[in-house]
Write a protein of this length. Structure first.
Length: 580
């Protein structure tokens, strides 16, 4: 359940880690309590998952079902901001590796060898669960013995299953199915001196388990779905000499880290059977090369590293001051701000334009500055103690047309173009617009689908405005278009930004924060004030030094320290600064 209403989230930090896969949106949306579950998860400051796929599915579901926006894993809803990130869980690698060298484990290996002889050993270890793909594994082993008769009596499949939910009918039926399959294989292929499948349905002592891992020539892990699967990592940690082959389902989280295993489709019986043959004929040198590479990875990212990264990310999240709604600026604080402004000799004002200095308009071209605003900005800009910087997502030609006469410093397209006070426009280097044709095609479809929406084209960004769209257009349609853009730009250096009734696509390297830092670093300012209204301004607020003033226009979650209700209040504050 959500933490709101019964716990003061300002006093406590909350984390949540999901050890199982998060389903794709198309599956998750079928749940009757889909919104409630997401709202509960977003009660946490930090939500962790095993893989990037699971994070993507989670973000996709929150965007479609709760609205709000997400950027770089930060999820913004009307009353909270949370962080979703990847933390692939590890094992105590050194512990497993050390115990695997112990006399107790070696003694277990000797006992197994006395019984099994010099046959090749396939070891399968799982708890009883329908997600583990055990029937498919057994069927594939039977097919392997059918296709490769030369391995009969030369290989043993040791199947260890830990009891689980034995009173649940579905699990009891699964146990019966497995035991029938074991009996069928042993009856069909077994001889007086050879049992193809050695089956154990009970917990196994720790040293015996590590002994099985250590002696196993092949370890097949074939779940139809698994969050991570630590058996794969435990198996590799015991392979002191580097010999052995891991067969791993592509649907496990572990497959994202352990690409040197033989990766299989757990639903393809023939592919699994072939993997048994490939594993048993793999040259020893190749086995060692593959295993050493995987061992190095899981050794570096062990359980301690996992825990440290999780806690470090939580602290980082707290430092970003996420999940707070800035308080309206009280009169006493307003007086303090004005007093600091008046005493300062070097003052930097970083001001957003749309929604901050002027109200939002139905179309971008209708947001022209009025005479009152031009007079106010001129007065601020003409004071030699002030450096006024207007930071906007608009194109430079529009800013020149509307505000060029002021000779003030300006930033266009969130940082593509910049010019100093009284200077000329200069462009950020290393930018490309090769991507625009593909993105424009998606936006044109959006315009065709949603009447009243339009495309604004800038030099190095594209914006889709839907302020004039029919208000009956559902949020779901908007989310679908945003998701199309996110899918299109997923593997590119592009960023999809959601503002107030606008979605913009631009270079991921561009944001108001990096731009603001250039002005902040130019001299030692006595006073810094930043004012903005939407998600693009959060980068600006985060870039400010601790002693700076930051104000968000209109209520909502932000890292800004204070809030004002409207552009009119912003203008009123700026007038007070100059009058007193």
């Amino acid at each position: 359940p959500s933490t709101s209403g019964f716990i003061d989230t300002d006093l406590f930090l909350f984390t949540f880690f999901l050890h199982i896969p998060f389903p794709a949106y198309e599956v998750y949306r079928l749940l009757p309590w889909r919104r409630e579950i997401l709202e509960g998860l977003l009660g946490a400051n930090l939500v962790g998952f095993h893989t990037h796929d699971y994070v993507w599915h989670f973000l996709n579901s929150t965007r479609n079902l709760l609205g709000g926006s997400s950027s770089m894993g930060w999820i913004t809803t009307p009353d909270r901001v949370s962080k979703a990130d990847v933390f692939p869980i590890g094992i105590g690698y050194e512990h497993y590796s050390t115990i695997a060298r112990s006399p107790e484990v070696d003694a277990e290996v000797e006992k197994f060898r006395e019984k099994l002889g010099d046959r090749k050993i396939i070891v399968s270890v799982d708890r009883l669960d329908y997600s583990k793909g055990i029937p498919n594994r057994l069927e594939a082993y039977g097919l392997f013995l059918e296709k490769y008769p030369e391995y009969r009596e030369k290989v043993v499949f040791i199947l260890v299953i830990g009891p689980s939910r034995i009173k649940v009918q579905r699990y009891a039926e699964l146990k019966q199915q497995i035991e029938e399959m074991v009996g069928t294989i042993n009856g069909k292929f077994g001889t007086i001196g050879w049992v193809p499948v050695e089956y154990l349905y009970s917990p196994i002592p720790y040293h015996a388990l590590l002994g099985l891992y250590k002696m196993a020539d092949v370890c097949p892990i074939t779940p139809v779905r698994d969050g991570m699967n630590l058996v794969a990592k435990e198996y590799l940690a015991t392979k002191i000499d580097g010999r052995g082959v891991l067969i791993l389902s592509e649907t496990t989280g572990a497959a994202r880290e352990m690409g040197d295993a033989i990766i299989i489709n757990p639903n393809n019986i023939e592919e699994i059977a072939q993997a048994f043959a490939d594993a048993l004929t793999m040259p020893e040198k190749e086995q060692i090369e593959r295993n050493r590479a995987m061992q190095e990875r899981i050794k570096r990212y062990d359980i301690s590293r996992w825990a440290k990264d999780f806690i470090d990310k939580l602290h980082e999240t707290v430092k970003m001051e996420v999940g707070t709604v800035p308080e309206p600026m009280p009169a006493k604080t307003r007086d303090e701000l004005t007093d600091q402004f008046q005493k300062a000799r070097r003052r930097l004002l970083l001001l957003d334009y749309d929604g901050t200095l002027v109200p939002f308009a139905e179309t971008p071209e209708k947001a022209r500055p009025d005479a009152e605003l031009l007079k106010l900005l001129a007065e601020l800009n003409n004071n030699v103690r002030n450096e006024v910087v207007l930071i906007s997502g608009r194109d430079k030609n529009t800013l020149d047309k509307w505000l060029g006469g002021l000779k003030t410093a300006m930033v266009a397209e969130h940082g593509v173009w910049m010019k100093a006070k009284g200077g000329e426009w200069g462009m950020m280097t290393g930018l490309s617009d090769d991507w625009k044709n593909e993105v424009r095609a998606v936006l044109k479809l959006a315009v065709d689908r949603i009447e009243g929406s339009l495309i604004e084209e800038k030099d190095y960004s594209l914006a889709w405005h839907y302020r004039k769209a029919n208000p009956r257009i559902s949020e779901r349609h908007i989310r679908e278009i945003v998701n199309d853009l996110l899918n299109l730009t997923a593997n590119s250096n592009l960023k999809v930004l959601e503002g107030s009734k606008v979605v913009e696509v631009k270079s991921a390297n561009l944001n108001k924060g990096s731009t603001a830092k250039q002005w902040i670093s130019r001299q030692d300012w006595d006073f810094i004030l930043a004012i903005g209204d939407d998600v693009t301004d959060e980068d600006l607020f985060r870039a400010l030094p601790e002693n700076a003033w930051s104000i968000k226009v209109r209520p909502g979650v932000s890292v800004a320290k204070f809030s004002l209700d409207s552009p009119d209040e912003v203008r009123s504050l700026l007038k007070e600064l100059m009058v007193k």
